[in-house]
Write a protein that binds this ligand. Structure first.
Ligand code: FPP
Ligand code: MG
Ligand code: MG
Length: 334
């Protein structure tokens, strides 16, 4: 049987692993307290894109293949790498539950947000509980370097969210601020989980860095598209409120690009679109400019960069599947 055929079969096995991963997460969240369990598992219902665990598992397999791990070694390493995929999805979901408190958002993945259903206090606690259990899983992997790398993600998430709450930079620093925030709030999780699975495969520092960069640029590309979809897509398609960023006072790539040709946006950015009519006016400026087109180009550039680093690994079905996920992330509609 041809090698590629064998690998493609491995990828459908990966799909099964992904649904097993959700079961494992629900299992790990079990507790005597039924209310805590209900809240904590609310968003692990298979409605999400599961992009992070997908990417982490594919990349882990691509790296193991690149390193030519023996099948015995591979089964030990894979087990720990799956736990990293679980932790990544748990950190992500906990941060979304908290995010819906910060953003006062009622809708997540097509259903009422946890904050909407149970109130802000319980939603915060549910996120904390998920983080607590994920810390336990992380510690039990038993590799301090992996703990350090994934702890950094939590620090970055908080910093990213803080950066988003206040924009005091001058016009020239705004884009750098946006990119740094985007790294912190989205790309760090992709980058550091990618690095963690490379560490577990005992990859060289150079290969760990390659994994990190693949995750980083995929994450940046993904978030820029998210910011585009906030303007282009609908609440129905997204399963979360569309046109939300301006209302929250947040200026993302499309607005920042648009401000080059519509300088009146600058004052609105500084006052966080607070005056009556600002949100509508800014929305029109973005649509009348090439802000969305330029943002799409930026997302494509990040995607190219991710693919460039991915090409440093030996060709495998995993690597090809990752490449198509990267392309898909740029052209997605939700
Ligand atoms: C979604 O962004 C939010 C994030 C990617 C991160 C949120 C992080 C925190 C609230 C800090 C707390 C962190 C931890 C570890 C619990 P968005 O609001 O732009 O996207 P949305 O449209 O999906 O709401
Ligand atoms: Mg939000
Ligand atoms: Mg937010």
């Amino acid at each position: 049987r041809a090698q590629s055929e064998c690998e493609i079969e491995d990828i459908s096995v990966l799909k099964l692993e992904l649904s097993a991963l959700y079961n494992d997460i629900r299992e790990a969240l079990k507790t005597w307290n039924e209310e805590v369990y209900e809240l904590a598992t609310y968003h692990f219902d298979g409605n999400g894109k599961a992009l992070r665990p997908h990417v982490v598992l594919l990349l882990a397999n691509a790296i193991n293949f690149h390193l030519g791990l023996s099948s015995e070694r591979q089964s030990t390493v894979c087990k720990a790498q799956k736990q990293v995929a679980m932790v990544a999805e748990m950190i992500h979901t906990a941060s979304l539950i908290h995010d819906d408190v910060v953003d006062r958002s009622d809708l997540r993945r097509g259903k009422p947000s946890a904050a909407r259903r149970w109130g802000q206090k319980k939603a915060v606690l549910a996120g904390d509980y998920i983080l607590g259990i994920s810390s336990d899983i992380l510690a039990k992997i038993g590799n301090p370097h992996v703990v350090i790398v994934l702890s950094q993600v939590l620090v970055d998430l908080v910093q990213g969210e803080m950066m988003q709450l206040g924009t005091k930079e001058g016009e020239n620093d705004r884009f750098a601020h946006y990119l740094k925030k985007t790294y912190n709030k989205t790309a760090s999780l992709f980058a550091n989980s990618a690095k963690a699975v490379a560490i577990l495969a005992e990859a060289s520092e150079e290969l760990q860095e390659t994994a990190y960069l693949i995750g980083k640029y995929l994450g940046l590309s993904f978030q820029v598209v998210d910011d585009i979809l906030d303007f282009e897509s609908s609440t129905e398609l997204l399963g979360k409120p569309a046109a939300a960023d301006l209302k929250l006072g947040i200026a993302t790539a499309p607005v920042l690009f648009a401000s080059e040709k519509h300088p009146e946006l600058n004052e609105m950015i500084v006052r966080r679109f607070e005056w009556p009519g600002d949100v509508e006016h800014a929305f029109e400026c973005v649509l009348a400019s090439d802000g969305l087109e330029q943002s799409r180009l930026l997302a494509k550039r990040f995607c190219q960069e991710a693919k460039k680093h991915l090409a440093e690994l030996s060709t495998s079905a995993y690597q090809l599947a990752l490449e198509s996920i990267m392309d898909g992330a740029v052209f997605r509609k939700k």
